[in-house]
Design a protein around this ligand. Structure first.
Ligand code: URA
Length: 210
């Protein structure tokens, strides 16, 4: 089955991702880069968003012109690393609403267990962009989208910084209708569930917790 994966190959995106991958990149630089990259990713993610035509007045005359309804967009952050995407995306889509999904992995069953879920009201009319920098095993992404689908949003997209074949397959086996937007598909997952070559633990690198 062909997978709906959009590779974001823009030179600015690839350049910044390379800087983020380097192990000697400081927390400060990493955070600045994820902020800049998020804004560039938002540009690609919103390329096919529905638009509406409104009447405006230029200094010369009235005209009909197109706008995105930013308020219909929900940025759904998978805690905690997904929060790293928020500021940069909100800079480009300031009207977007923000939701949060908190999941942890049960050590006995290895299944994702929800501990927090908060979305705006009226999800039936909204387009959701799910944020998680690393689509690795795919388990938390699948669980987050399972839960989001219960709210019946108009559309769902998934965005990450780096993924790998296993993450894509697990995610799309469960949710073939949700496109993945990513700048990079890396080689594989290692035995600890890290993407290699990857960029390490995205949450630790954004929040400086290592
Ligand atoms: N989560 C991360 O932060 N990094 C990985 O490589 C995999 C999961």
């Amino acid at each position: 089955m062909s997978r709906d994966v959009h590779i974001i190959d823009h030179p600015l995106v690839q350049h910044k991702l390379t800087l983020m991958r380097r192990k000697d990149t400081s927390t400060k630089s990493f955070r600045e880069l994820v902020h800049e990259l998020s804004a560039l990713l938002a540009y690609e993610l919103t390329r096919e968003m529905p638009m509406q035509t409104i009447e405006i007045e230029t200094p010369l005359e009235k005209m009909n012109s197109r706008v995105i309804d930013g308020k219909k967009i929900v940025l759904a952050s998978i805690l905690r690393a997904g929060n790293g995407f928020l500021d940069g995306m909100l800079q480009v889509i300031p009207g977007a609403r923000v939701g949060h999904v908190g999941l942890y992995r049960d050590p006995a069953t290895l299944q994702a267990v929800e501990y927090y879920f908060k979305m705006p009201s009226g999800m039936e009319e909204r387009d959701v962009i799910v944020l998680d920098p690393m689509l690795a095993t795919g388990n938390s992404a699948v669980a987050a989208v399972d839960r989001l689908k219960q709210t019946k949003p108009r559309s769902i997209r998934f965005v990450c910084l780096v993924t790998c074949p296993q993450g894509i397959n697990t995610f799309h086996d469960a949710h073939p209708d949700v496109p993945i937007y990513t700048p990079a598909v890396d080689r594989e997952l290692n035995e600890h569930g890290y993407i290699v070559p990857g960029l390490g633990d995205a949450g630790d690198r954004i929040f400086g917790t290592k």
